[in-house]
Ligand binder design. Structure first.
Ligand code: SF4
Ligand code: SF4
Length: 304
C-alpha cells in the first residue's frame, strides 16, 4: 500500500507480486527486500529534489494516518476528512478508500511548505516509508499475512544516489513506522480478506460499506458506539466502554474487530441477550408498517 506517494511510479522488472493475492492493482513490480537487506538512500533538506515528491501526490491514507494528522492539527477526524481527503473505491464492490486531497486546482500536498512537511511528526505511512514501499500480502498458497518491502525508484528522486547505506530494519526504525504498521495491520487484513474471500462473502450491503467507511472517521465512530442503538445491541463492560471513550488506539482496534464481525461474521464482540432477535422483530414491524402505509395510499388514490 505505501508505494504511492508520487504519481509517476516507474514499473520495475522483477515480479515478486505474482506469488501474492494483491489487495488492489499495482503498476509496481520491484524486487522484494527482507529486513536485513541493505538499501542505498538518504533524503535531506539540502538535496536538489527536496519536496519534489510532495508536489504531485497520490497518497492512500489509512484510518491511523487520518487519526494522527487530525490529532496533530487538533481537529476532529470528520473535519480532517472534509478538508484534506477525497474518497475512492478500493475494489469493484465499492469498498471505501480515502486519499489525501491535493491543493485546489493542483497536485501538491496541502501540507508541503518551502521548509518541508508542516505535519512531519505525524506524516502518513506512505510518506514515512517513501522511497521504500511496503505491503501486507498473503501468499496464494498460505493463510498467513506477510509484510514485504521494496524500493520505488522514480526519476525525480535523487535520494537513491546519496552515499548512505543502511538495512531495511534500520530505515524502518529511523522513520518510526512500527506503530503505523501495527495500527494499519487489521485494516489491511480486512481489505485482503474481502478480496480473497471472493464470492463466498459476496457484495457487502450498503450499510456494511458505510460502517467500514466510519473506520476513517474515528470521532464519528466513537459517537456511534455511544448511541442508544449500539448500546442496546452489544454487551460491553464498563472498562471497555471507558476505553472506547478515552483511548483512540483502543477505539481503532475495536473498530476493526467490529467491521470483521459485520463483514465476515468473526464474532468477537458479544451481543446482549435477545438483542438480535429484538432488532429483527423491530425490522419486521417497520417493514409491515411501511407496507400498510403504501396500501393505505393506494386505497386513498382509488377512492378519489
Ligand atoms: S504529508 Fe508531508 S510528507 Fe506527506 S506528501 Fe504531504 S507534505 Fe509531503
Ligand atoms: S530525495 Fe526523494 S524522498 Fe527526498 S525529497 Fe527528494 S524526491 Fe522526496
Amino acid at each position: 500500500m505505501s508505494n504511492e506517494k508520487h504519481k509517476d511510479t516507474e514499473p520495475a522488472t522483477a515480479s515478486i507480486f505474482d506469488k501474492f493475492d494483491l489487495p488492489f492493482e499495482s503498476p509496481v513490480r520491484p524486487a522484494q527486500l527482507g529486513l536485513d537487506d541493505t538499501i542505498q538512500f538518504r533524503c535531506h533538506k539540502d538535496i536538489a529534489c527536496f519536496n519534489a515528491c510532495c508536489k504531485n501526490i497520490d497518497l492512500t491514507l489509512t484510518p491511523y494516518d487520518i487519526l494522527r494528522m487530525a490529532r496533530s492539527l487538533n481537529i476532529p477526524t470528520w473535519e480532517f476528512m472534509l478538508k484534506y481527503t477525497m474518497p475512492f473505491e478500493i475494489d469493484a464492490h465499492g469498498l471505501p478508500g480515502v486519499k489525501m486531497r491535493p491543493v485546489e486546482g493542483g497536485s501538491a500536498c496541502q501540507f508541503v511548505r518551502e521548509e518541508g512537511c508542516s505535519i512531519y511528526g505525524d506524516r502518513p505511512t506512505a510518506c514515512r516509508y517513501y522511497a521504500m514501499g511496503t505491503m501486507e500480502l498473503r501468499r496464494k498458497d498460505s493463510s498467513k499475512l506477510e509484510q514485504i518491502y521494496f524500493m520505488v525508484k522514480e526519476p525525480h528522486c535523487l535520494g537513491h544516489q546519496e552515499p548512505r547505506t543502511l538495512t531495511v530494519r534500520e530505515y524502518r526504525k529511523e522513520q518510526e513506522v512500527e506503530i503505523y504498521d501495527e495500527m494499519n495491520r487489521d485494516w489491511m487484513d480486512i481489505i485482503i480478506k474481502k478480496k480473497s474471500a471472493g464470492p463466498a462473502v459476496g457484495a457487502p450491503s450498503e450499510r456494511s460499506l458505510q460502517l467500514f467507511s466510519m473506520l476513517y472517521d474515528l470521532d464519528s465512530f466513537r459517537l456511534f458506539t455511544q448511541s442508544p442503538g449500539f448500546q442496546a445491541m452489544f454487551d460491553l463492560d464498563a472498562e471497555t466502554r471507558t476505553k472506547l471513550e478515552e483511548d483512540d488506539l483502543e477505539l481503532l482496534r475495536f473498530g476493526t474487530r467490529f467491521i470483521k464481525q459485520v463483514l465476515f461474521g468473526e464474532h468477537t464482540i458479544p451481543y446482549k441477550e435477545g438483542a438480535r432477535e429484538r432488532r429483527l422483530q423491530e425490522r419486521r414491524e417497520a417493514i409491515k408498517h411501511r407496507q400498510e402505509e403504501v396500501a393505505r395510499m393506494y386505497d386513498t388514490d382509488e377512492d378519489a
